[in-house]
Design a protein around this ligand. Structure first.
Ligand SMILES: Nc1ncnc2c1ncn2[C@@H]1O[C@H](COP(=O)(O)OP(=O)(O)OP(=O)(O)O)[C@@H](O)[C@H]1O
Length: 231
């Protein structure tokens, strides 16, 4: 669950990047976040993942008020959020297995448990057959799916994706969104920041729209595919 109440963010130097933003994405909800370049999308995601702090207002993540958490508890709250980036940040000199295992290694799971969980995550993104490959041996869409497997390997209740389809063609983009739909169907909250209005138009999901730091729209943008059934 993600809840913003009157959240504003002013960066050092005085730039007001978010202005009194309020919204809630409930457990098991899936939504897009859109807006022009510089509208504040990445700022909003950074506030959720605690890479930035709000200047005012309150943010609640999975029942925790972020203002109340101690510095040493930040990793614990972050574990509840799977982050996916456009450039996927994979380690190019490590295998697919090692990349997906990384969050579990950091958490100190046993080798046996790591193997089980990594294989389950790779199965969910349909890449189990690539487990011994290095990222450079994979296509862009496959690399992005490895990034998704790594983000969900410790089963976070929230997935945040920042332009996850930025480098992909429409067909591959749809495949990535369908993976998010699979996680959403089992109760994960999903928030996807994207410029891709075509992608949004093909779906019938709630869309949060930012303009110059203001939340100007929050609602379902009806898909062009009126015969489609997305929920
Ligand atoms: N660390 C920072 N210090 C100062 N200003 C910043 C900082 N980070 C972002 N900004 C400014 O805040 C505004 C919003 O930036 P943000 O990255 O959130 O936009 P965005 O909607 O994600 O844009 P894009 O789609 O281009 O990634 C921009 O004008 C940006 O220059």
């Amino acid at each position: 669950m993600i809840e913003f109440n009157n959240v504003s963010k002013t960066y050092p130097g005085g730039f007001l990047a978010l202005k009194q933003v309020s919204f809630k994405v409930g457990s098991g909800e899936m939504a897009f976040l859109t807006g022009h370049s510089g509208a504040g999308k990445s700022t909003l995601l950074k506030l959720i993942s605690m890479m930035e702090k709000p200047s005012s207002g309150s943010i609640n993540i999975n029942g925790t008020e972020l203002a109340n958490i101690k510095y040493q508890d930040i990793p614990y709250v972050r574990r509840g959020i799977g982050m996916i980036f456009q450039n996927h940040n994979l380690l190019m000199d490590r295998t697919v297995f090692d990349n997906v295992a990384l969050p579990l290694v950091i958490e100190g799971f046993s080798a046996k448990e790591i193997k089980k969980r990594v294989e389950t995550a790779l199965e969910k993104v349909h890449l189990l057959d690539k487990v011994r490959c290095f990222p450079y041996m994979l296509s862009g869409g496959e690399q992005q799916r490895v990034g998704i497997a790594r983000a969900i390997v410790n089963k976070p209740p929230i997935i945040l994706a920042d332009e996850p389809t930025g480098n992909l063609d429409p067909k591959l983009s749809l495949e990535i969104i369908q993976l998010f739909e699979d996680f959403n169907a089992v109760g994960v909250s999903v928030l996807i920041a994207t410029h891709d209005l075509g992608l949004i138009a093909r779906m019938k999901y709630r869309t949060l729209t930012l303009k110059q730091g203001n939340m100007i729209n929050d609602g379902v943008v009806e898909g062009l595919n009126l015969g489609g059934d997305h929920g």
